[in-house]
Design a protein around this ligand. Structure first.
Ligand code: XIL
Length: 550
């Protein structure tokens, strides 16, 4: 395939400088809807003053951008959209493209990138946008369409500026990143998302470039799972894209257990009643088997990434129980003997709970469709069904924010009661989606508290976001150190409490492919090179000593 690369560094500098945003951390803490649910409490990270961005007011055209000065640069209409090259307005130079005639959010304009991108590459798509006066404020999203054997799928570019609300009379910068999937045809486009399904708008100075870097995975680095072999198992979450080339070598090198990151969620396995789609899940199970890693199934019961048909409002309790039990029976028995641990119920509690009320755990359950249609015993029904389907599987209750005392106590009381009633729960999964403001003492207090239940803790989805770095292109040295110090403190705690911790799993391989790619949460950079956090994990005591911290 022919490849073109477009340099847009100057545009990025200009845009961030013009927005002046990277000096104000709070302003750019925009969560996607998925993340909102799982948001960690935003404790204040230690103040590390950000350098003021240099303000550059001069506007230049990137010579490699599609700036529409000579023609429409290969852009074509999408849906009912019509495109006109116009000199009415331009961000720089004289021309821009005007998009009109839209009747649905996905209509407008697209660029075929089949010949300038590759399946499984990673790309950045950037442009400037401005709604017309008549259209008013409009919310835009950068998106991509991949077509495989005639079947299209649609994906959102991610990043703070991949979804913005733009005002007439003002050019607004958009930029986002996306790992591409397999495709026969790929195109990128801009859609409206919220305000402005029929808005008309101008775009200018578009760039599209590969941001994949050569992997520099170093197979001489000590293996994380070996370093911790005497303490607990060490895992990561994977998607099928990770099972090739260096990424697969990297997984084999550092981990002895893998969690299925997305492909065993209810909507991945049974989006349509009775029609199970096993391909991706089986591929990951096969990889675990070939490499002697033990496999963690994630997850059987959740309020997200689950199809509506399972527990639609108004459905009878009996029908919902039947859907729940038959899904669990089918999935768990298929992988019996292969999946050693199942995250059975995920995130059944509200984001945070009042400590004074924690004993009444039923009152702080998350209002989910399962709770509404079945009642609070959906949790125990799920555990019993999983146990029936595979009596040898280790069954976990998994949740986030469990370092928070109120939520910790609520979960503690629920599990205590269920255990007293003979419900088969064999471990507590502390997800561990932390941020640099997380207090290690709270994490340790929760581990010790759960240990009182007599079942082990699994750290199931560890990552540490640097929220103050959101929207920045790179992680500053100060932020990298701040994150590494917390990794060191946490791993010291995990090691000291390894008698009650069975496993630590990090949620993903590297910063760029993480679900929180905008906040540098993991111990490896996008090219799989080790960050300071890797060295902090490797030897927490030495790391803390070296940095004169404890
Ligand atoms: C995340 C995946 O990593 C993303 O790829 C996906 O888009 C959303 O879900 N808690 C969980 C995980 O239990 O299933 C979530 O995984 C992260 C939060």
């Amino acid at each position: 395939m022919k490849k073109k690369f477009f340099a847009i560094t100057l545009l990025l500098v200009l845009s961030f400088a013009a927005c002046g945003r990277n000096s104000v951390d709070e302003e750019i803490l925009i969560e996607t809807p998925d993340e909102l649910e799982a948001a960690e409490p935003e404790s204040t990270p230690a103040a590390t003053p950000e350098p003021e961005p240099e303000v550059i007011t001069m506007i230049e055209i990137d010579p490699e951008a599609y700036s529409f000065e000579a023609d429409s640069n290969g852009f074509s209409a999408r849906g009912s959209g019509e495109i006109t090259r116009t000199d009415e307005v331009s961000r720089a130079g004289e021309y821009s493209l005007l998009v009109t005639g839209r009747t649905a959010s996905w209509n407008g304009i697209s660029l075929d990138v089949t010949d300038i991108s590759e399946p499984f590459g990673e790309y950045e798509f950037s442009l400037w946008v401005m709604p017309t006066e008549e259209s008013g404020a409009t919310t835009f999203q950068l998106s991509a369409e991949f077509v495989v054997r005639g079947n299209p799928s649609w994906h959102h570019f991610t990043g703070t500026l991949a979804n913005v609300t733009a005002q007439p009379g003002e050019w607004t910068r958009m930029t986002g990143k996306l790992p591409f999937e397999n495709f026969n045809n790929a195109s990128v486009y801009i859609e409206t998302n919220g305000l402005g399904a029929s808005a008309s708008f101008y775009i200018d100075d578009v760039t599209f470039r590969s941001i994949a870097e050569e992997s520099v995975f170093d197979n001489m680095l000590p293996r994380l799972f070996e370093v911790y072999a005497d303490y607990f198992d060490f895992g990561t979450a994977v998607v099928t894209r990770d099972l090739q080339d260096e990424r697969a070598d990297f997984i084999r090198h550092h981990f002895n257990t893998i969690t299925v990151g997305n492909d065993m969620k209810p909507s991945s396995l049974q989006n349509t009643p009775g029609r199970f789609t096993w391909n991706a899940a089986d591929e990951i199970a096969g990889f675990a088997r070939e490499n002697n890693m033990y496999l963690i199934g994630h997850t059987l019961v959740w309020h997200e990434q689950s199809p509506e048909w399972m527990n639609r409002r108004g459905m009878s309790r009996e029908e919902a129980i039947n859907n729940l039990e038959s899904h669990i029976e089918e999935v768990v028995s298929r992988y019996a003997g292969q999946i050693i641990v199942w995250d059975v119920v995920n995130e059944a509690f509200t984001n945070s709970a009042d400590l004074r009320n924690a004993e009444n755990w039923r009152t702080v359950l998350r209002q989910t469709p399962w709770l509404e249609v079945i009642g609070d015993d959906y949790i125990e029904i799920a555990f019993r069904a999983a146990h029936t389907a595979d009596p040898n599987a280790i069954l976990i209750y998994n949740d986030f924010n469990l370092d928070e005392p109120g939520k910790r106590e609520a979960v503690f009381h629920m599990v205590q009661e269920l255990l007293e009633n003979g419900v088969p729960i064999h471990g507590i999964g502390m997800q561990g989606h932390y941020n640099t403001g997380t207090r290690p003492a709270n994490v340790e207090a929760s581990i010790l508290r759960f240990a009182e239940l007599g079942i082990p803790v699994h750290i199931t989805e560890l990552d540490i976001t640097v929220n103050a770095a959101q929207g920045h292109e790179t992680l500053s040295e100060a932020h990298e150190l701040q994150q590494a110090l917390l990794y060191a403190r946490l791993f010291r705690i995990f090691r000291e409490n390894s008698d009650v911790i069975d496993r630590v799993t990090v949620w993903g391989l590297d910063d760029a492919s993480s679900w929180r790619a905008d906040r540098f949460p993991l111990a490896f950079n996008r090219n799989l090179s080790a960050k300071l956090s890797y060295y902090a994990i490797l030897d927490p005591d030495a790391f803390l000593e070296e940095h004169d911290a404890s």
